[in-house]
Design a protein around this ligand. Structure first.
Ligand SMILES: C[S@@+](CC[C@H](N)C(=O)[O-])C[C@H]1O[C@@H](n2cnc3c(N)ncnc32)[C@H](O)[C@@H]1O
Length: 193
C-alpha cells in the first residue's frame, strides 16, 4: 500500500476489506497520532483508524506509524461524522474521542462534535459490548456531554458516568499539555449492551 492516508471513504473501505480485521477501533481527531500509535501497539488484533481534518497532523501520525512498523493503522482525512456514518451498523468495537475542540463560546457551541444525534449514530455503529471513550479537560463541555449520554441508550462504565485523572489511559499530546498545566482530566466511557 502506497499511503495509509485516505481522502475518499470508498478507498478507505477497500483498504479495510483487504486487511479484513477482526476488530476496528476508530479515533476521531487523532491529531499527530500519539494515542493512535499506542493503541495500535497494544491492540494488535485491532485495526485502528485515525481520523482528522488536518493533513499535516495526519502526516505526523503516518511518520510515527512507520517508525513503529505498524501494519494495523489506516488514516482518514475528513470529518469524523462522515467517517462514522460510513460504517455499517454494529461494525466498530471501540471509538475514541480525546480532547475534541471545546468551542466554549455560546455562539460556537453548534460546532461541537458531541450532540444527541452523533451519540445515537455512534451507538448504532458500535458492536454489542462496544465502547465509546470520551476524554477532555473542558469541564463545561464534559458535563454537557454527560447530559446527552444520560439520555442515550449507552450504559456508563464508571459509577456516576465519569472519573477524573484516570491512570493507565494512553496519553495524548493535549493530555500531556493539560496535565503539565495542572488541569483535571475528565473521562467518560460508555458501553453498548
Ligand atoms: C484539540 S485537538 C486534540 C488532538 C488529540 N486528540 C490530542 O488529544 O492530542 C482536536 C483535533 O480534532 C480535529 N478535529 C476537529 N474537528 C474534527 C472533526 N469534525 N472530525 C475529525 N477531526 C476533527 C482537529 O483537527 C484536531 O487535530
Amino acid at each position: 500500500m502506497d499511503s495509509i492516508i485516505f481522502d475518499k471513504l470508498e478507498e478507505l473501505a477497500s483498504a479495510i476489506t483487504v486487511l479484513s480485521p477482526e476488530r476496528i477501533g476508530v479515533e476521531i481527531g487523532c491529531g499527530s497520532g500519539h494515542f493512535t500509535v499506542q493503541v495500535a501497539l497494544n491492540k494488535r488484533d485491532f485495526l485502528i483508524i485515525g481520523c482528522d481534518l488536518k493533513k499535516d497532523r495526519l502526516e505526523k501520525t503516518l511518520k510515527k506509524v512507520k517508525n513503529n512498523e505498524l501494519n494495523n493503522v489506516l488514516l482518514y482525512r475528513g470529518k469524523g461524522e462522515e467517517l462514522i456514518s460510513f460504517f455499517p451498523d454494529e461494525s466498530i468495537s471501540e471509538l475514541y474521542v480525546n480532547f475534541p475542540d471545546p468551542w466554549p463560546k455560546r455562539r460556537h457551541m453548534k460546532r461541537r462534535f458531541f450532540n444527541k444525534s452523533i451519540v445515537e449514530l455512534i451507538y448504532n455503529k458500535l458492536k454489542h459490548q462496544g465502547i465509546l471513550y470520551f476524554v477532555t479537560d473542558h469541564e463545561q463541555y464534559f458535563f454537557d456531554v454527560i447530559e446527552v449520554f444520560k439520555e442515550s441508550r449507552f450504559v456508563p462504565v464508571f459509577e456516576n458516568y465519569f472519573t477524573i485523572n484516570l491512570d493507565g489511559y494512553y496519553s495524548t499530546l493535549y493530555m500531556e499539555k493539560f496535565k503539565k498545566e495542572g488541569k483535571n482530566i475528565y473521562f467518560s466511557f460508555m458501553k453498548k449492551i
